[in-house]
Design a protein. Structure first.
Lengths: 89, 118, 230
């Protein structure tokens, strides 16, 4: 039982780093934005494990939800303007 | 455990900085900034954590009398709460300006935005 | 290529600094002085069960006022930057589908209720004005998704926003006269720890913050959605 929590933390940390890598190097803009949202969502899980439920709620609602939607709003407006490096997702 | 989380936060900051410095697409740079932002928040929250203690909320499990021995540091949490909210405000500002630039120049590639060079 | 090398060198320096910080870090065994003060005094002084809320709303209330102001400025600048060219909205768009429209009608009141629940209970449970405000803004977002041509009344949003702001400052000034200082929550009875009607003015202030933050996020979303596609 005492190994369960550190294992979970290690897994979430690894997934966060992988998602961050996708957000920077991923093929399409839409995938990058989703990956950045995923990093925020995993961070909110980490905050919960670190006994910070207030911060976890804020990160899930604002950092993960609103920021991703704002980015997608703008991505929808500039479709076609991001031809270089990767192009469309 | 805290060290693992802190190392992850630092690595997220580095990944975000790398993305923001090497990409030429404004939208990509903004995404990289949000990743670095998350990394900073993870580091600050992990500083406040203490092994074997619970969240700074008083209830039946944590009485007010022995709160000093039972709860973790609430100050970094309050700090990060503020940082997240301000972070989304900053992101929205960056996005609004990026959209404005796109409308005027029809590109998000900073290499082609020669008018911005002094 | 030179640019990438410079970036990598910069990151190496940062990495070195972070590695030094990480290897030299040892978690505290005891709360430091500030945290100890908050842990010992919050329940007796303010009657709030959630210490993070107590810090945000009362101990560092002035900072939160500043934070909400910064958020207001951000929303205002977003509106200003995106203001021009937001006229041509008569073009037909494909309908969004029955499921989304009906689902929105069903879900929006519940999301609003959840948001209100989160910020009213901010002094007892995790959550509060900022989280509740974001939840309320997500209801607005759902309405925008269901009907992209819907025009939200900016006047209504800004009326809610400024009313909440004025009441927030008024409660702060009332604390100056009736209690210990600006934004002191003891202008109302503290009540019993753990009850909904406790912690003085904290639930009231956090609800106002929730309305204000919800209005600010909604205005950001509304101005972004009103931009026309190029």
């Amino acid at each position: 039982m005492s190994y369960l929590l550190p294992a979970l933390v290690g897994l979430v940390c690894f997934a966060m780093l992988a998602a961050a890598f996708v957000a920077i190097r991923g093929a399409g803009m839409a995938i990058a934005i989703l990956a950045a949202g995923l990093v925020s969502l995993m961070a909110s899980v980490l905050f919960l494990v670190l006994a910070a439920p207030d911060v976890a709620m804020t990160e899930a609602a604002i950092g993960s939800g609103l920021t991703t939607f704002l980015l997608f709003f703008v991505l929808g407006r500039v479709r076609g303007g991001e031809k270089e490096e990767g192009g469309h997702g | 455990m805290v060290h693992v989380v802190m190392a992850t936060g630092f690595l997220l900051i580095l990944i975000g900085f790398y993305g923001a410095l090497t990409h030429r697409n404004l939208l990509r740079m903004i995404v990289a900034f949000t990743v670095a932002d998350t990394g900073v928040n993870v580091v600050i929250v992990s500083v406040g954590h203490m092994r074997g203690r619970s969240a700074p909320i008083l209830d039946r499990a944590v009485a007010a009398a022995d709160a000093v021995q039972r709860i973790i540091d609430p100050v970094p949490q309050a700090l990060v709460l503020t940082a997240i909210v301000i972070g989304v405000g900053v992101t929205a500002l960056m996005l609004a300006y990026a959209w404005r630039i796109y409308r005027q120049h029809r590109t998000l590639d900073i290499a082609r935005l020669t008018a911005l060079k002094g | 290529m030179v640019k990438r090398l410079v970036a990598l060198a910069l990151l190496a320096v940062f990495g070195l600094v972070f590695a030094t910080l990480l290897t030299g870090y040892a978690p505290d065994a005891e709360l430091n002085q500030t945290a100890r003060y908050y842990a010992e005094r919050t329940a007796a002084d303010l009657g709030a069960a959630n210490i993070v809320t107590a810090i945000i709303v009362t101990y560092r209330g002035l900072d939160t006022l500043g934070e909400v102001t910064v958020l207001f400025l951000a929303a205002a600048i977003v509106g200003l930057v995106l203001a021009e060219g937001a006229h041509d909205r008569s073009r037909m768009r494909p309908p969004v589908g029955e499921l989304l429209t009906t689902g929105t009608r069903f879900l929006v009141p519940m999301i609003l209720l959840l948001g209100a629940y989160v910020f009213v209970n901010g002094h007892l449970t995790p959550g509060g004005g900022f989280q509740g405000g974001a939840i309320i803004a997500s209801a607005v977002l759902l309405m925008l998704l269901a009907d992209p041509l819907r025009h939200f009344s900016h006047r209504l949003i800004s009326a809610i926003e400024s009313l909440a702001g004025i009441l927030y400052v008024a409660i702060g000034i009332a604390g100056l006269f009736l209690a210990g200082g600006f934004l002191d929550n003891r202008i109302l009875p503290l009540g019993n720890l753990g009850e909904l009607a406790s912690a003085g003015a904290i639930p009231l202030i956090y609800s106002l913050i929730g309305l204000k933050v919800g209005a600010e996020f909604s205005s950001m979303l509304a101005s972004l959605s009103e931009t026309e596609e190029p």
